[in-house]
Design a protein around this ligand. Structure first.
Ligand code: BT5
Length: 259
């Protein structure tokens, strides 16, 4: 079980992780972080757990992670971004986490729109952004992060879709070290995008994606749209050329044809 003290040791951030709440078991770190944010919890507050009883992905899907082997945490942010820019947040988080994982393990990490990180085409991490907008102002954003670290076995459909840092490197990864590296990368990129604009993350994200110019199909609650990925819009949408027209999508599950 993590202790706040152990996580904080050698942490070199100034705002991210200023407060860290650790839990053995929790329903979802995102629920707790949202409750804290709703009570004016400070930017950079982290909620981290060994186990979630209701860990979730988008649209209520389940995030499965065996206890004591992975990283499961959420961060409270109060970005100065218009509601229309919120789709850039998962891209920012994906780039920062990918960079940190590469620094810690030397693995090559790929970004898959909108919120996945892949190693060798398998999902190694997922990002869940939730927030509150009041009177057209972003009140807070919670970034929930699940990373498969030392887990070696996955059940059901995940057997063929998921992987972990340990499976990919053949090593046991120090989770506290990785947590600090990720927090530091998230803070550095946050400061950079706050200064330059959140859409400055787009070229970094694109350079980590193999989706551009590929044929994909995007499933959106039962509807499937196929087309060729032309890039990202300045507000983080996926530009798809489909049936002779360009469409910009803001949500959906992507399958890359031929993968
Ligand atoms: C995500 O959703 O990938 C976002 C996952 C975010 C999880 C974190 S953990 C901390 C925080 N607290 C929470 O309650 N959540 C966040 P989505 O794109 O909807 O993908 C969900 C799908 O990923 C599932 O339906 C499975 O197919 C797959 N999946 C579930 N667990 C996985 C795992 N450990 N590794 C890889 N894939 C997984």
């Amino acid at each position: 079980m993590y202790t706040e003290q152990a996580l904080r040791k050698r942490l070199n951030t100034s705002v991210f992780g200023h407060k860290i709440y650790t839990f053995e078991t929790i329903d979802s770190t995102n629920n707790c972080a949202k409750a804290i944010a709703g009570c004016w919890g400070e930017e950079g507050t982290v909620v981290i757990a060994e186990q979630q009883t209701a860990g979730r992905g988008r649209l209520g899907r389940i995030w499965e992670a065996s206890p004591n082997e992975n990283l499961i945490f959420s961060i409270v942010l109060r970005p100065k971004v218009a509601p229309g820019g919120l789709n850039l947040l998962p891209l920012y988080a994906a780039v920062a986490i990918a960079e940190a994982i590469e620094k810690a393990t030397a693995l090559k990490v790929e970004c898959k729109w909108p919120n996945d990180l892949l190693v060798g085409k398998r999902k190694i991490a997922g990002i869940l952004i939730e927030g509150s907008v009041k009177q057209n102002i972003v009140e807070y954003v919670v970034i929930g992060i699940g990373i498969n670290v030392n887990q070696k076995r996955f059940a059901g459909e995940l057997q063929s879709k998921a992987t972990s840092l340990s499976l990919e490197t053949g090593k046991v990864i120090d989770r506290a070290d990785l947590f600090r590296t990720i927090l530091s990368s998230l803070e550095q990129h946050y400061n950079a995008v706050a200064a330059k604009g959140f859409n400055s993350i787009i070229p970094l994200w694109v350079s980590r994606s193999t989706m551009i110019n590929r044929t994909i199909s995007v499933s959106q609650q039962g509807n499937v749209i196929s087309g060729i990925v032309k890039g990202l819009s300045t507000d983080g949408g996926l530009i798809l050329q489909s049936n002779g027209t360009e469409k910009t999508l803001f949500a959906g599950d992507v399958t890359v044809v031929g993968m």
